[in-house]
Design a protein around this ligand. Structure first.
Ligand code: G3H
Length: 527
């Protein structure tokens, strides 16, 4: 049923993004462009909505962006990498203050471009703003902690963290603002320069922020380009000047980009990749709690989260009851457009996704699984209702593939070794949700699980937040750790001034400190 779109959220004017940011200039683009569509229909008879256009840049423009980042870094001698911490913080504060004024525009585009519901879109924006402020605070503390000398074996040392160089930053479509900025912001504040290409979907929502990027940072520090990954990101990597590949996406693209870099030993990688987080529901679990958390974990943003629960292991003694109640709750979730009150399930932004999920369902049902909820698999132009599949076996595609969408496989187990063996054999190792109560059972399990994944969520669904906690994964799920603090470390390297403790050197050190002539050797306390 078509519900009229409220005036406030209608697309009255398309976003014609005909500039891109390189060398501190918003360069006009008159070449080939790509249309950006939303899978949400503005009319009663279904039709994707045209949201705007973006430049389809080529290798030449990509390399010009890399040149710009290279000039701004200037082998570590650029204005940005040599600035004082306080000055870089001022630039970042100027940026976030301007960013806050664009909340409504960004939130509206988030809803249209990726179909995220209104509360979650607002949360994505607000959480990102908070992340920037937290990063600033953490960086101040890091600076305070290093505003000193240490002495060992007659050597005085002033140790800080310095930038790495040029960062290529590629974000995902499911968190096109938050996850991208969780890479971009720490990379920048540590003194690196950046070339950033938005994901294929979730691009226009960055348009309202381009001017803020342009006028908050010195020229060439942030470069924003548009185009296909293969056309723009590959030539940048092939060139060899990129020092850090910062990517949230999948390991196939990360490996492909890493492989074309001519000096892989010089390349640091900060990667958030795919996952297949399981829930393990033990026999003594509080079923109401476990069901509610599994619903949130498996269906928030239609399962399009790397942290989503993508397979549920339920003890055979309670699987019947779990399935009955879980299936009922899934069917009670409301599907609607992102701005509609109470919409928990929303249109899928990838046009091919409903068909892909259908393939997974067909494969599973052909191999013996059943759809155990009434609405499961109901398909429309831009959605497929979450199907709860049971019993799922290892030969099914839905067991092996990261579905990243609305389908929920359930597996019964009798021996806890079964899910543990599966997790050990899996290519993924991000998080797990563990539901149960008896510490005699939980304790050894926790001790094993922490070595299979990087976060064990006790009686709750998996999630990245709070953003101050470490976010990482094992095997194909991540490289490096992200959190407000860890990201600052991931995008920097320890570097220091060392001098033998003698009168001659010490007089120079004193002079350096008293004259405040170095931006690196300083002991002032940033308030
Ligand atoms: O897509 C993966 C995100 O990092 C998940 O973050 O757990 O806050 O939804 P979240």
């Amino acid at each position: 049923m078509f519900i009229k779109i409220p005036e406030k959220y209608q697309i009255k004017k398309t976003v014609n993004q005909n500039t891109y940011l390189v060398d501190g200039e918003l360069k006009q683009w008159t070449g080939e462009t790509s249309e950006v569509f939303s899978t949400i229909s503005s009319t009663e008879s279904y039709k994707p909505t045209l949201l705007g256009v973006i430049p389809t840049l080529g290798a030449k423009e990509a390399i010009a962006a890399l040149d710009s980042a290279d000039d701004a870094y200037n082998r570590g001698q650029g204005l940005w990498p040599t600035m004082t911490v306080e000055e870089r913080i001022l630039c970042m504060t100027a940026f976030v203050e301007q960013m806050k004024t664009k909340r409504d525009e960004v939130v509206k585009l988030l809803m249209w471009e990726i179909g995220k519901n209104l509360p979650d879109s607002e949360k994505e924006f607000d959480r990102t703003v908070e992340y920037i402020y937290d990063t600033i605070e953490d960086y101040k503390q890091m600076d305070r902690d290093s505003a000193k000398f240490v002495k060992n074996s007659n050597v005085n040392a002033h140790i800080r963290r310095g930038p790495l160089g040029i960062v290529l930053c590629l974000g995902p479509y499911n968190y096109p603002l938050n996850e991208t900025f969780a890479l971009l912001i720490p990379a920048l504040i540590m003194g690196n320069t950046v070339v950033f290409k938005p994901a294929k979907i979730g691009v226009l929502l960055l348009s309202p922020l381009l001017e803020a990027f342009q006028n908050s940072f010195p020229k060439g520090v942030v470069n924003i380009i548009y185009g296909r990954g293969r056309t723009v990101a590959s030539p940048i990597m092939k060139d060899g000047r990129v020092d850090v590949l910062a990517l949230i996406g999948n390991s196939t693209s990360a490996n492909a980009l890493q492989d074309v870099h001519p000096k892989s030993n010089r390349l640091r990688m900060v990667l958030g990749l795919e996952a297949k987080n399981p829930a393990i529901v033990l026999e003594d679990a509080d079923l109401d709690l476990a069901i509610d958390e599994c619903i949130v974990g498996a269906t928030s943003f239609n399962g399009q989260r790397c942290t989503a629960l993508k397979v549920l292991y339920v003890h055979e003694a309670i699987v019947g009851e779990f399935n009955r109640r879980f299936a009922k709750k899934v069917d009670a979730l409301k599907f609607g457009n992102p701005w509609e009150d109470g919409s928990k399930l929303t249109p899928l932004p990838e046009p091919g996704k409903p068909a892909y999920i259908q393939e997974l369902i067909d494969d599973a049902t052909e191999k013996g699984a059943k759809i155990i909820n009434k609405k499961g698999g109901e398909i429309t132009d831009n959605y497929i209702y979450p199907a709860v599949l049971y019993p799922v076996t290892k030969d099914m595609r839905v067991y092996k593939e990261e579905q990243f969408g609305p389908v929920i496989p359930v597996i019964a187990f009798s021996d806890i070794e079964e899910p543990l063996d599966d997790m050990a054999a899996s290519n993924y190792g991000q998080q797990v949700s563990l539901f149960g109560k008896d510490v005699k059972t939980l304790a050894p399990l926790i001790d094993t699980l922490v070595n299979l994944v990087c976060r064990v969520n006790l009686n709750s669904s998996c999630q990245r937040g709070p953003d101050v906690y470490p976010f990482t994964g094992r095997k194909d799920s991540a490289v490096a750790t992200l959190s407000v603090h860890d990201a600052l470390r991931s995008f920097s390297i320890r570097t220091f001034l060392a001098s033998k403790d003698n009168a001659y050197n010490n007089a120079i050190l004193k002079d350096l400190l008293n004259t405040k002539s170095s931006n690196f050797v300083r002991t002032d306390y940033i308030l």
